[in-house]
Design a protein. Sequence first.
Length: 464
Amino acid sequence: MSTVTTPAQAARRELSGFRGRLIGPDDADYDEARKVYNAMIDKRPGLIARCADPDDIAKVVSFAHEHDLLLAVRGGGHNGAGLGTCEGGVVIDLSSLKDIQVDPQARTVRVGGGCTWGEVDRATNEHGLATPSGIISTTGVGGLTLGGGLGHLTRKCGLAIDNLLAADLVLANGERVHASADEHPDLYWAIRGGGGNFGVVTSFLFRLHEVDTIVGGPTFWPSEQGAEVLSAYRDFLPSAPRELNGFFAFHTVPPGPPFPEEIHLRNVCGIVWCHVGSEEDAAKAMAPLLDSVPEPLMHGVAPMPHPALQGAFDGLYPPGEQWYWRADFVNEIPDDAVEIHARFGAEMPTMKSTMHMYPIDGAAHDVDPADTPWSYRDAKWGSVFAGVDADPANVGVIRDWSIEYFEALHPYSAGGAYVNMMMDEGQERVRASYRDNYDRLARIKATYDPDNVFRVNQNIEPKA
């Protein structure tokens, strides 16, 4: 009979007063509890600690550190590289921390560390307000924010980190702190783009903007016109009004509503628009682009509540499918790069595989590269090459397409990538993505996490 004590058994014995739930491999719901969004990630933690409050989190952090167990933190579980879980170690599951408090007078929202963006969007939209988030509403607030936060409102309102006013954290030593411009300002600087390297964020305080009904949706053209449309988009978008955001994509039209039956499963290029303003102003802002390219297959732009656009991709990309992605920051898109995009965009290996190019100008350029760890403030776009499919048998083909697409265009990149869209690509890639800010991050890491307890992430190695 084995006398080996598992992490779950040890935790149940040692974590007195734990208010949440401790889930181990012997529990009936363990397999469900260990799942993350990307089904390509199939890890078996020794313990999943579904924490009820910051005190629970502090207990689990100390437990993992004392037992020298790998520690991962999961908010929404969307991270492509599966950094919300680990093999054999401990997962802090924040999904019970769901408190949302909107203050419409102060135009702020306080958000629990386990919230998803859809939950936040619905709460703030009741007051005609929003804060920048991503493009899939099931994404966790914590992961997206700590890595930067690109999305539909970037050009108008900046990144998520540009609207983060404060945060409450549990540190590696179990201490609970408040980080803002006035308290622990070095930590406040580091968490605005430095990822989950510095502690477990239990709540966020965001600035809100007047965003209620937006004018948004996709415009699709045949993929054969990809080079022509991308060239026009490249020249148009940086000079467009900040109220207009639009990311470029290669995509396959899903076989169902709201898409016309005649374009179902059509390979297309497109722009997904988000305009903060009236229909008339939106049409005027889009007109220079639409007038310079062929008539589209579909112009599906209409007024809608902001949360409706945020959730538009949820049904197409549910949890539990295979994902592999690569990413790059981009300053310029020369004609040679346009042709490479057009070639790979016409050869997407599966219906759900895609390429997105998110604009990073407008309000995102108002912030100095040294003001937050997110140093690529001079970049104009963040591109991501995502191979996606429900069938595990297609993992090889989606992975190969993503890597080959990335490698063909990497010579035209700015060097680093948006850390939220990186796989496990090595320390030099992490360093390249923070550039001159990496050394400052490493020093702050040495102050708040000298033993690198929080290392299941795009890791900043502590350096005194």
